[in-house]
Design a protein around this ligand. Structure first.
Ligand SMILES: [Fe+2]
Ligand SMILES: [Fe+2]
Length: 277
C-alpha cells in the first residue's frame, strides 16, 4: 500500500517561492487514489501546487477535516478551476462558527462554502458522520468520541443557531485513516477531538494495534501544561513510528514533543514536506 502524503498548505514555508498560509492542505496518493485533504484558507494551495509540480486537475476527491475557514477556504476556487468533485465531510461542517477572542471580540471562522454553492459547481457533498470505508483500506472516522478527561477542542469556539450562541464541540472534526500493512496512517486537520481520542478511535474501529504515523494539526498550541504532559505520556504508550506535526500544533508543543519523543519520531512539517510510507 504505497502511500505518499505531500503538504501543500501549512503555516510555515521553508523556501521561496512556496507560501506559508495559516491552515492545512495535503495531497494523499494511495493505491492509485489522488485525494486532496483540506484546502488551506486562501490561495496558497494553487501557487504552492504549481511550485511543487502537483497537478491539482488530477485530484479525484476532496476530503474535508472540519468546517473551519483555514481548511475550507480554497474549496470553491478549486471547484471553479477544476470542476465538480466528490466532497467527503461530516454533515456538521456548515454550522455558523465563531471564536471568542480575548477582549470580547468574535470572529467568523466557519466553513467558506455552502452546500448549495458546491453543488452549483458540480460537486457532490457526501456526509460522513460515522466511521466509513471510502476506498479499500481508506477510511474517514466520522464523529470521534471524546473520552479523555484532559483533552478539549482547543479554543473558545461557539456556533450560532437561530440567533443564539452555543459552545461548539466541533463534532464534525474527522480524520483520514489508511490501513497500511505496517500500521495505521492517521491524518488529521486540527485534531479538535484530541490526538489521543483520535488515535484510540482509529485503533478501535479498525481493530489494529500499530500506528505507523500520526500526521496533521494537533491543536496543542492552546494546550495547558497538564494537557501537553498527559498527551505526551499517552503518546509514549503507542509505538508510533512517525509523529508529523504542524499547523495548530504551535512551536512550544512541537518542541516538547520533539524533546520528549525524539527526533527520530517527531517531525515538524512545512509546505512541501513529503512523506512516503
Ligand atoms: Fe486549523
Ligand atoms: Fe480548526
Amino acid at each position: 500500500m504505497n502511500t505518499v502524503i505531500k503538504v501543500l498548505v501549512e503555516n510555515t514555508t521553508p523556501r521561496s517561492p512556496l507560501l506559508g498560509e495559516y491552515g492545512f492542505s495535503a495531497q494523499v496518493l494511495v493505491d492509485g487514489h489522488n485525494i486532496l485533504f483540506d484546502t488551506g484558507s486562501h490561495a496558497a494551495l494553487f501557487s504552492n501546487s504549481r511550485a511543487l509540480g502537483v497537478d491539482l486537475s488530477q485530484v479525484q476527491d476532496l476530503f474535508i477535516s472540519h468546517g473551519h475557514y483555514d481548511h475550507t477556504g480554497a474549496v470553491l476556487p478549486f471547484l471553479q478551476q477544476y470542476g465538480g468533485r466528490n466532497i467527503y465531510a461530516h454533515s456538521g461542517i456548515f454550522a455558523h462558527r465563531l471564536v471568542n477572542l480575548p477582549g470580547g471580540k468574535q470572529v467568523d471562522i466557519g466553513c467558506r462554502f455552502t452546500r448549495d454553492e458546491a453543488i452549483k459547481m458540480g460537486a457532490q457533498v457526501i456526509p460522513i458522520d460515522s466511521f466509513s470505508e471510502i476506498y479499500s483500506g481508506i477510511y474517514l472516522t466520522g464523529e470521534i468520541p471524546r473520552l479523555t478527561e484532559y483533552e478539549d477542542v482547543g479554543g473558545n469556539f461557539v456556533y450560532e443557531k437561530d440567533g443564539k450562541l452555543y459552545q461548539d464541540s466541533l463534532p464534525d472534526d474527522i480524520a483520514l485513516v489508511i490501513d497500511h500493512p505496517e500500521g495505521l496512517i492517521i491524518l488529521s486537520g486540527c485534531s479538535h477531538s484530541g490526538m489521543i481520542n483520535t488515535l484510540d478511535y482509529c485503533l478501535k474501529q479498525t481493530g489494529r494495534t500499530r500506528v505507523l504515523a500520526y500526521m496533521g494539526g494537533t491543536h496543542l498550541m492552546t494546550a495547558s501544561p497538564l494537557r501537553l504532559e498527559k498527551t505526551i505520556e499517552a503518546l509514549k504508550i503507542y509505538e508510533i513510528q512517525k509523529i508529523i506535526v504542524g499547523h495548530c500544533t504551535g512551536f512550544y508543543a512541537a518542541a516538547e514533543l520533539y524533546n520528549q519523543l525524539g527526533g527520530q519520531r517527531v517531525f515538524k512539517m512545512d509546505v512541501g514536506s513529503s512523506f512516503s510510507f
